[in-house]
Design a protein around this ligand. Structure first.
Ligand code: GDP
Length: 621
C-alpha cells in the first residue's frame, strides 16, 4: 500500500473506447498494480481460470473491488476507487454494451479526466471516433489516449506510430487537446504504473503518471466564480445554501450575485460539515449563509456581480441522442444543467453530424445515436455560459420520463443576454397623462392605431410589401408610416451592429418608437428581420392589444437565390459577421397573427391579403 496522499483531492476518470479494446482489462490492471485488490483475490481467480481451462481475464477482478454499483433505472455505471501518492481517483466504467453511450453521458459528464483506449491492432474504429466526439461534447476536451495491446505487436514502435497518427488526426479535427498518447499493454502491465522496459523508445508518462500530472486546477481556478445552488437547508433560523463550486473561488465577506434573479448579497459564512472557513475553491462542496433574505432556489447560479453567467431563453446546442424515439422539432423535453432543470422546446434541427468524417446532413428528426446541432427555446430564463467559456455550466442532459435520453453542450454566443439592464436611475420618473386621448385621435383619423410587425429573413420581401401597403392605405385615408430596419440603422440605431445584444437593442428602440407612433394615432409598419422570438415577444408587450406579428415567409434557399441586396453573396464569402440564416439564427414565429408566403405567391395577392387583414383589424370607422 502507498503512503497517505497529501492532497485531499478526488478526480474522476472515465475510460472509453471501442468494445474489446481493453477498458476493463486496463481498470483491472490499474487496481492490481496499485495494490488495491484484496489479498489472495488475484491468485484465487487465476487458479479458478486455470481449473476451468480458461485464460485469466483482468476484467474478472472487477467484482472484487466494486464498491458501488449505481442502480438507476437505465444507468449501469460502475465506480471504482483507487489512490496514488498524489490524490484519490474514482474510475468510472461505462461497460461496452448496447447502452454504452447512455452510461457514458451520466458517467462521463462529471468526469475530470477522459481516457480513450485504442487497440493497436484494430486502430481507430467507428466507436472510437464517436466516443472521441462525445468526449468533446461533454467538455472533456483534454484526453489521455492509450494505445493498448502493444504485446500483440511485439511492442513495435511503428505500429504505435501508425495508430497514434490516425487518432491524432481525428482528435485534431475535433479540436480536442491530447494530453498524452501512451503505448501500453493492459494485460501485461506495461506502462501502466511502471515505465515499460519493453518499449525503451517511449519516454513519456505511464498511465498513472499521466493521471497524476493532469492538472485541471489551473483551468477552473482562472474562470469566474460559478456555484450552482444544489439545495437550501433550514436549520433553526439559519438558511444554508449548498452547492459545489464549479469554477473560481469565494471568501467570507464577498459580495455574491444570484442568477437568474440578479439579486446580490454578502457571504456571512462558508461552512463545511459544521465548521466554518474563510475561503473555498473550485471543486469544493460547501454551504453558505448570506446577509439577506433574498429568494434563492435550486439551479440558481452564484457568481460575482462583475462576471455573471448569461441569461438566455434561446440557445443552440450540440447534442447526442440516445432514445429509440427520435428527437423532433416542436417537442418538449426536460434538460438538466448543473443542478437546474428546465423545460425546453426543440425549435429547429440545424444539422445532423456524421462523427466518422464530420460531414453533415439536414433532417427533421434526430435518430438514436445521432449527433446534431439544434436550437432550443425555454419559456423561462436560464443562466448559462457558452461552452467555450465554461464547460461545467454549459453542458446538460436531456431527460424524458425520468430517463436520460441525450445530452449536449450549449452554444449561446449567437443569442442576446436577457438580463435586464440596471434601471435604478429611472425610479423617480412620473409619466405625464396626455390631454388628447387615443380615442380622440381614432375618431379624428377614422382608424385605430396599430403596430404591424413584419419579421422574416433578409430578402423575404419585407420592405417591398411594406412600401406597397403604405401606398395603398395612405391613399385610402390611413395615417400610415414605415419603420424600416435598414433606414433606422442609418439614424436612430446607427451605433448598433449585428451582434445578438445589438440586435436586441435595435428591436427594443424600434418597438418603443413604433409605440410612440401608435400613440400619435398612426398605423405603423415595422419591417425588421427581428430574428429572436423573445425580442418580438417583448416588442408585443409594449402595446399587445394593437400589436400584430406578420411573418413574411420565404425559405432561406429562395432568399439566397433572390439576394436583392447582394448580401447573401457577401456573407457567404465571410464578409458579413452574424448574417441571419447563415451565420446567425432566425427563429420562425410560432403563432404569428398572419403569415404571408412570398415564396409561392406574387407580390400583388400578398399585399391584398395584408390589406384585408389590416382593414379588418384596424379599419376605417
Ligand atoms: P473492453 O470491452 O474494452 O472492456 O475490453 P476488455 O478489457 O474486456 O478486453 C477485451 C479482450 O482484449 C480481452 O480478452 C482481454 O484479455 C484482451 N486484452 C485487453 N488488453 C489487452 C492487452 O494489453 N494485450 C492483449 N494481448 N490482450 C488484451
Amino acid at each position: 500500500m502507498h503512503e497517505e496522499n497529501s492532497l485531499n483531492e478526488t478526480l474522476k476518470v472515465v475510460i472509453v473506447g471501442h468494445v474489446d479494446h481493453g477498458k476493463s482489462t486496463l481498470i483491472g490492471r490499474i487496481m492490481y498494480d496499485l495494490g488495491q485488490i484484496k489479498d489472495g483475490k488475484y491468485d484465487e481467480l487465476v487458479s479458478v481460470s486455470k481449473k476451468r481451462g480458461e485464460t485469466f481475464e483482468w476484467a474478472y477482478l472487477m467484482d472484487s473491488f466494486q464498491t458501488e454499483r449505481n442502480q438507476g433505472i437505465t444507468i449501469d455505471t460502475t465506480q471504482t476507487f483507487f489512490k496514488t501518492q498524489k490524490r484519490n481517483y474514482i474510475l468510472i466504467d461505462a461497460p461496452g454494451h448496447k447502452e454504452f453511450l447512455r452510461n457514458m453521458i451520466t458517467g462521463a459528464s462529471s468526469a475530470d479526466i477522459a481516457t480513450l483506449i485504442v487497440d493497436v491492432n484494430e486502430g481507430v474504429k467507428e466507436q472510437t471516433k464517436k466516443h472521441g466526439y462525445l468526449l468533446k461534447l461533454l467538455g472533456l476536451s483534454k484526453v489521455i489516449v492509450v494505445i493498448n495491446k502493444m504485446d500483440k505487436v511485439s511492442y513495435n514502435k511503428d505500429y504505435f506510430l501508425k495508430v497514434k497518427n490516425e487518432i491524432t488526426n481525428y482528435l485534431n479535427l475535433l479540436s480536442v487537446d491530447i494530453n498524452q498518447i501512451i503505448p501500453i499493454s493492459a494485460r501485461e502491465g506495461e506502462n501502466i504504473y511502471k515505465k515499460s522496459k519493453k518499449m525503451p523508445w517511449y519516454s513519456g508518462y505511464n498511465v498513472i503518471e499521466a493521471f497524476d500530472k493532469h492538472n485541471l486546477g489551473s483551468i477552473s481556478k482562472n474562470l469566474p466564480l460559478r456555484l450552482p445552488v444544489q439545495d437550501i437547508y433550514k436549520i433553526n433560523d439559519k438558511r444554508i445554501i449548498v452547492g459545489k463550486i464549479e469554477s473560481g473561488e469565494i471568501s467570507s465577506g464577498d459580495e455574491v450575485f444570484f442568477s437568474p434573479s440578479s439579486s446580490a448579497a454578502y457571504i456571512k459564512s462558508i461552512e463545511v460539515w459544521g465548521s466554518k472557513k474563510d475561503h473555498a475553491f473550485h471543486g469544493e462542496c460547501i454551504g453558505l449563509t448570506i446577509d439577506d433574505e433574498i429568494f434563492v432556489e435550486r439551479g440558481n447560479i452564484i457568481s460575482t456581480k462583475k462576471s455573471p453567467p448569461k441569461l438566455v431563453n434561446n440557445f443552440e446546442a450540440n447534442i447526442f441522442w440516445l432514445s429509440d424515439q427520435a428527437l423532433e422539432v416542436g417537442k418538449n423535453y426536460l434538460i438538466r444543467i448543473t443542478s437546474g432543470e428546465y423545460r425546453v422546446k426543440i425549435e429547429g434541427i440545424k444539422k445532423i453530424i456524421n462523427t466518422n468524417d464530420l460531414s453533415h446532413k439536414i433532417n427533421k428528426k434526430v435518430l438514436k445515436n445521432e449527433v446534431a446541432e439544434v436550437t432550443l427555446y425555454s419559456q423561462f430564463i436560464i443562466p448559462v455560459d457558452d461552452f467555450s467559456d465554461n464547460a461545467a455550466t454549459s453542458r446538460f442532459s436531456i431527460i424524458e420520463n425520468f430517463n436520460v435520453v441525450g445530452g449536449g453542450i450549449i452554444n449561446s454566443k449567437n443569442y442576446p443576454d436577457q438580463r435586464e439592464k440596471n434601471i435604478e436611475g429611472n425610479k423617480n420618473i412620473v409619466p405625464t397623462n396626455f390631454a388628447i386621448s387615443e380615442t380622440d385621435r381614432t375618431l379624428k383619423l377614422k382608424h385605430r392605431p396599430g403596430i404591424i410587425w413584419f419579421t422574416g429573413l433578409s430578402g423575404s420581401g419585407k420592405s417591398t410589401i411594406a412600401k406597397e401597403i403604405e401606398k395603398r392605405l395612405f391613399f385610402k385615408g390611413y395615417n400610415i408610416f414605415i419603420l424600416d430596419g435598414d433606414n433606422l440603422r442609418l439614424g436612430l440605431n446607427k451605433d448598433l451592429n449585428f451582434s445578438p445584444e445589438d440586435r436586441m437593442e435595435n428591436i427594443r428602440r424600434t418597438s418603443e418608437v413604433a409605440a410612440l407612433f401608435a400613440n400619435a394615432g398612426f398605423l405603423v409598419i415595422a419591417a425588421l428581420i427581428s430574428p429572436y422570438k423573445s425580442e418580438r415577444k417583448k416588442a408585443r408587450s409594449i402595446r399587445p392589444e394593437i400589436f400584430r406579428e406578420v411573418y413574411i415567409k420565404s425559405s432561406i434557399e429562395k432568399c439566397l437565390e433572390r439576394d436583392v441586396k447582394g448580401l447573401y453573396a457577401k456573407a457567404k464569402r465571410g464578409k458579413i459577421k452574424y448574417f441571419t440564416g447563415l451565420s446567425a439564427p432566425y427563429e420562425e414565429p410560432d403563432e404569428p397573427d398572419l403569415i404571408l408566403n412570398t415564396e409561392k405567391k406574387k407580390i400583388n395577392p400578398v399585399v391584398k391579403e395584408l390589406e384585408r387583414f389590416i382593414v379588418k383589424e384596424f379599419g376605417i370607422l
